[in-house]
Write a protein of this length. Structure first.
Length: 123
């Protein structure tokens, strides 16, 4: 399953159990709320896989959950990376008046900075 590829096994198992619980709650609530949606004599029952696909397709909260999960995994990955260096450029005394007009007395500063981590990062 795709969840176990990105998560530890215990969390993946909990996520799958959560999906099944949520799916069963939605199906039971939907059938109880709409008795006319129950199968008539000429309709065929659908498989569990078809029910899961249909539920995910028609439920915007479940579709959004997958995207939120991917976003959180990206945040976790980003938190483990070292900080990036920053480049800065500063221009002072530009477009003055008198002897300092134009770019004659301009001062430019180019800088680079970064965070130097020492030791093991604590979590």
């Amino acid at each position: 399953m795709w969840v176990s590829f990105f998560m530890p096994e215990k969390i993946a198992t909990r996520s799958v159990a959560f999906y099944w619980l949520l799916l069963s709650a939605i199906v039971v609530t939907n059938v109880a709320a709409n008795p006319e949606t129950a199968l008539s004599a000429d309709e065929q029952p659908i498989s569990l896989q078809q029910a899961v696909i249909k539920t995910i397709k028609h439920n915007p909260d479940l579709r959004a959950f997958d995207e939120r999960l991917k976003a959180q995994q990206g945040r976790i990955q980003q938190a483990g990376l070292a900080p990036s260096p920053e480049l800065s450029f500063q221009l002072e005394d530009v477009l003055g008046s008198g002897n300092n007009k134009g770019l004659d007395s301009a001062q430019a500063t180019l800088g680079i900075s970064w965070v130097v981590e020492r030791g093991v990062r604590q979590r």
